[in-house]
Design a protein around this ligand. Structure first.
Ligand SMILES: [Zn+2]
Length: 575
């Protein structure tokens, strides 16, 4: 036997060596500072899918650039029925290159899928791993060496904006791009239990190669949030620590140095993990540090993914249970937090690995400049604020009624797998209606919009006529948080704030003063109560009393001539 063993072993090693060479990635073949192009990435996954029955690549819809979005799935059981997969196993979705200038995840995930297929690492039994190899294809095609001014490699990389210059990591609610429409389809088909979005950070200097954002636990919901913050995140952090990869929560301190502490990043629904949290999916953003060597960044991104897979595989049933329990806590007639604020009274501490910072005279400008002294590393306890408190709650309605004219809203609900019915006949229905009472608008363009904020509403109960075919959307469904965050105007990323209803903010009809004067006089004659109100206002408000035009407008706005649609929020609540 001994006689045969040694040559067989050598033969095996040599076959593996050949296989290894065949499946080396572009990054591995290069000098460690080079990332695969979009075409090389897709060609690589095509090779894996051709050679390994455990890997499948599927085209999943369009992107703004004109190229299709791909989804790659690894399942050692070689089954790729997306509906069935979710029932028996935990599903991880890894998104890469949403900011194409931050390609660490693109290269790390190619290695991960190859290592899974070859069995070079432990193959998960209870977890299916899937990835979007390159999400921002338009950005990845727009390669350059300069747009990441503060980043140490790779040599050439893609651009942050997509084919139409959208930042795709702000597009998850407004869904302006084809990329997002295709992502929505992938996301709901997979219904991933865990989601990872791979990035590279900007900002301060410190010792860590890897920082992470976990989706904000209070916003996620108490069941899943407590589990994520108390069990899952600490386990992944500990596992990385064992691999000699110290980590820190995303260093959310842009204007100052981090040694005075910082707060957890609040990932509202416009961001990838804020969106996935609406469907009770646990989301992480990996943010490697831009000043670390590219090869080190790819390595820690790889390790973050394997640590997450290991945790998921050991805890897949618990994760699934917590997800469904989390979903159950949002119910009609219960209250729901529509606005969160950092709770500065709850401070936790952790040991931070930083560099001492100082100021010196700038050689470029006339001012002083900040610098970090890498010769002076430190480890010290710093305050960390990670709790957000509810500052505004609403009562969850049993349903929303959406007039069929708002097809743009209906289309988005449909693509997010929201269930609905339609009125079978014209109907009078008792609803709560909102008027937009106040809002502020950004003075500069933001992601193709002039976004609103600080929106306030006034509400009243009334019986209104709805038409046959109008949509009734019950809130008791899986997408309840998506409905609340998009349809309640006060939500930070509501459709209202993203300009979906700006046509309601503009009055379409008006009057000529000289014509309406006679009508106004008649209105006041016929309505002594209104006249008394007008007189009272004149007494209390001297500015109003001295402005006849404003008085006439007041009468108009209190008359039947004033159009109902102005400032009327067109989606109604059934309580
Ligand atoms: Zn990024």
């Amino acid at each position: 036997m001994k006689f045969f063993t040694i040559p067989l072993l050598l033969l095996t090693i040599s076959i593996f060596a050949q296989k290894d060479a065949k499946y080396s990635t572009h990054f591995e073949k290069g000098n460690g500072n080079q990332t695969a192009t979009y075409q090389e990435t897709i060609a690589y996954y095509s090779l894996l899918a051709k050679d390994f029955a455990s890997i499948k690549m599927i085209e999943m819809g369009a992107t703004d650039s004109g190229d299709p979005l791909h989804l790659v799935i690894f399942n050692p059981e070689k089954s790729f029925d997306l509906d069935k997969i979710q029932k028996n196993k935990a599903v991880l979705l890894i998104n890469n290159g949403i900011h194409a200038g931050e390609p660490d995840g693109i290269d790390a995930t190619m290695q991960l899928f190859r290592d899974l297929a070859l069995g070079k690492i432990k193959i998960p039994k209870n977890t299916v791993v899937s990835t979007i190899p390159v999400y921002n294809i338009g950005g990845a095609l727009n390669r350059n060496s300069n747009s990441r001014a503060n980043q140490d490699g790779p040599e050439i990389y893609g651009f942050r904006g997509n084919g139409r210059n959208y930042d795709l990591n702000r597009d998850f609610i407004k869904s302006d791009t084809r990329n997002m429409k295709s992502f929505t389809e992938i996301f709901h088909k997979l219904n991933p239990d865990v989601f990872i979005d791979n990035h590279v950070s900007n900002g301060a200097d410190y010792q860590y190669k890897l920082t992470y954002i976990m989706t904000q636990q209070n916003q996620l919901g108490s069941v899943l949030g407590t589990y994520l913050d108390g069990e899952m995140m600490p386990s992944i952090v500990l596992d990385l620590q064992k691999k000699n990869i110290p980590t820190t929560p995303y260093v959310n301190a842009f204007s100052e140095t981090p040694d005075n502490g910082f707060a957890q990043f609040f990932d509202s629904p416009r961001y990838s993990t804020g969106y996935t949290s609406l469907f009770n999916t646990i989301g992480f953003v990996v943010e490697t540090h831009m000043l670390k060597k590219y090869a080190d960044r790819v390595k820690v991104t790889y390790e973050y993914m394997t640590s997450t897979i290991d945790f998921m595989d050991a805890n897949y049933q618990k994760i699934k249970q917590k997800r469904s329990k989390n979903e159950e806590q949002f119910e009609p007639r219960k209250s729901y937090t529509i606005k969160w604020q950092l709770d500065t009274t709850k401070v936790s501490k952790f040991s931070f690995l930083g560099f001492e910072a100082g100021r010196k005279k700038s050689e470029a400008t006339s001012g002083d400049r900040l610098f970090y002294d890498r010769a002076k590393p430190f480890e010290k306890e710093i305050p960390y604020l990670k709790e957000y408190k509810s500052v505004k709650e609403i009562t969850i309605p049993t349903a929303y009624i959406i007039p069929k004219a708002f097809w743009n809203v209906i289309d988005l609900l449909k693509s997010n797998k929201i269930a609905y019915t339609q009125l079978k006949k014209d109907s009078l229905i008792e609803v709560e209606s909102y008027k937009i009472a106040d809002f502020k608008t950004s003075s500069s363009a933001y992601e193709g919009h002039y976004i609103h904020r600080d929106t306030k509403i006034s509400s009243k109960k009334e019986k209104l006529a709805f038409a046959k075919g109008d949509y009734v959307v019950a809130t008791e469904q899986k997408g309840i948080k998506y409905l609340l965050e998009t349809l309640e105007p006060e939500g930070i990323d509501s459709f209202f704030n993203w300009n979906f209803f700006d046509t309601m903010l503009q009055q379409k009809e008006g009057y000529s003063d000289y014509v309406f004067e006679d009508t106004a006089a008649q209105i006041l004659k016929d309505n002594p109560k209104l006249k008394a109100e007008l007189d009272q206002k004149k007494k209390q408000d001297p500015k109003f009393a001295n402005n006849p035009q404003v008085q006439l407008e007041w009468v108009y706005k209190h008359s039947v001539y004033y159009e109902k649609a102005h400032l009327q929020y067109p989606i109604y609540r059934v309580l």
